[in-house]
Each structure stands twice: as C-alpha cells, then as structure tokens.
Design a protein around this ligand. Structure first.
Ligand SMILES: [Mg+2]
Length: 316
C-alpha cells in the first residue's frame, strides 16, 4: 500500500476539482484548503454481499464457508489468538493440506469473482457528478477510500479497485516463509488508525501516525468524511468518525433483515441506514447526497469564515 500512497494517481474523474477548472491556475496559493471530501468504505457486507474469500478461495480449497469461519473462530478462541491472523493462516494451511497452490497473482485473479451490490460500479462516477454539480465552491475534491479486514490482493482484482484513492486492507508476505505470512492485519479497532491517516494526510504506511498534528493542519477534517459499514465490525470506525464531527451510514442486504442497522441507528452509531443498493435514486444514494449537501454547505461556511478572519489579519 505504500506504493499507492507514494506514487499512485487516482482515476481521472476522482480528483478533478468541482467546476472542472484547473485549480492551480485559478486559485491563489493562500486559499481555504479543507475542501477534500472523503467517502470511506468497509468492503465485505458493505460493497459486496459476502466475505471476499467465499467467492473463489474457499471453493478452490473445497471448504464450506460456514464451516471454515466456525473453525477459524473456534481456533482463535481456543488459543486466545487474533481472529484475523487466525483466518489468514488457516486459509493457507488448508490450501496446503489440499495441495492447492495459490500465489499473489492467483489471489488478485480471484478478485474478478467477487460480486458487488447493485449500482456499486456506477456509484463512484455518479456521486462525483453530484458533488461537481452541487459544490458551489471551486476546488472541492472527492476521494473514495477503502478500509477492509479482507485481503488487499483480492480487492486489487475487483473492477472498482482503480476508483479508490487508497486501499488499506490486510495483506500477505509471499516470500518470507513456506506459507504466506500476514504482512498487515487490519482489525476492527485497527481500522480507526487508517481514518486518522486519511484525516492527517499520512497515507504512506512507512510513516508514523502518532505525531501530534493540530486540527488546523489536518488536510481532511472528519467533518468532511462519511464512513460506510454494515455491522458490529464497523462500530469503532463509525464511533471515531461521528465523535470527531463526521458521518456514518450503515447498510444491509436489500430484501433481507435490517435489524443490525436499526440497532446501530438507535445506538447513535450511524446517521442513516439503507439497503445496500448503490443505484442512482436509491435510498442510499439519496441519503448520501443529503449528507454531502451538508458537508458542501459546511465547506462554504468554513471558507467564508476563513476569508473573514484572513481579512482581519491583513487589516492589522
Ligand atoms: Mg463488513
């Protein structure tokens, strides 16, 4: 992921300032610069109906998904092990037992089998268009981020991978040991570290996130963020986002039980919930646009306050 943060450019319409003009030529250097909006997504259950390992990895090693996760959770519990490290190890332990070799390229190829919820593929461009049409301020930039306990390699193989400014997910070393070895494991609470990385603009994972940074120096305030998740594993991220002035949206499988979302909503974990239908005109689309309206208005208010303050400084 370091290489993404260091060198990667996002897709064409991801980062173009609203209004379509070239930011550098039109906006003087001294300008209000908290105009980047970040939409941050969980993956499994949020953008995709099932855990990503169930689409190709588990079938390839002939493992029943329910039995695999039950075994993984049981082993983790029995040995007081981290559940995520345990599942990452168990996947390859079972593959080895079956004599199935799955390297990094194979994992990336598995990403093509991952199913996405309706409208996900078109969502990024459609939301981008909405922001462009409603920004009413030059230089507003929209970014999409993914923070997942799933596997970076599989996500890389999905059609939506290029839509993300950055992807933070669990990942393997493939050369260090006989079996692939967890290189980075992103737990439920660990996800919040990446929210702060987005907030502080410290996306290079080689850099420490712990250094103090005053609020005013942080490029993407939490109030410019919306976090999308589907369940208990998203509670820490939703709580951190909302407590710092941002927003959270919970989703549930269309046509299925919404009880988890209702629970999150009643507990004040999310601002809205909706079926995971990302098509234009859906409840999720409309509610996200409502939050974006608020964020865009807030950016304009903050910008005007900043201008007023700057004028006072100059008059001194
Ligand atoms: Mg999830």
């Amino acid at each position: 992921m370091v290489e993404r943060a260091n060198g990667r450019r996002a897709v064409a319409n991801d980062e173009e300032p609203a209004g379509g003009e070239n930011r550098r030529t039109l906006v003087p250097k001294a300008q209000y610069d908290k105009k980047t909006i970040a939409l941050v997504y969980d993956f499994d259950g949020t953008l995709s109906p099932k855990p990503m390992q169930e689409y190709a990895f588990l079938p390839k090693i002939d493992a029943d998904p329910a039995a695999f996760w039950a075994e993984s959770n049981r082993v983790a519990k029995d040995h007081a092990a981290d559940p995520l490290i345990t599942y990452m190890h168990l996947l390859y332990k079972k593959a080895k037992e079956r004599g199935v070799r799955i390297d990094r390229a194979d994992l990336v190829a598995q990403g093509r089998h991952v199913e996405l919820y309706p409208g996900v593929e078109a969502w990024f461009a459609a939301i981008g268009e909405y922001v462009k049409a409603h920004a009413q301020s030059h230089g507003v930039v929209l970014r999409h981020y993914l923070i997942s306990s799933g596997l970076t390699e599989i996500i890389e193989g999905t059609s939506i991978y290029p839509r993300f400014h950055n992807v933070f997910a669990s990942e393997y070393w493939f050369e260090a040991y006989d079996l692939p070895y967890p290189k980075r494991v992103i737990t439920d609470t660990g996800k919040t570290q990446y929210l702060f990385r987005i907030n502080k603009g410290v996306e290079d994972l080689g850099e420490s996130i712990n250094q103090h940074m005053p609020e005013g120096a942080r490029p993407i305030p939490f109030s410019n963020m919306i976090y999308f998740g589907d369940g208990d594993t998203d509670v820490p991220s939703m709580a951190v986002t909302r407590k710092n002035g941002g927003y959270a949206v919970a989703v549930y499988p269309p046509g299925k039980a919404k009880s988890k979302c209702v629970e999150l909503f009643k507990a004040g974990r999310c601002d809205f919930f909706a079926p995971a239908d990302y098509r234009e005109g859906s409840d999720l689309f409309k509610r996200t646009c409502l939050l974006l309206d608020r964020i865009l208005a807030d950016i304009r208010v903050q910008e005007e306050m900043w201008r007023l303050g700057r004028g006072l400084d100059r008059a001194k």
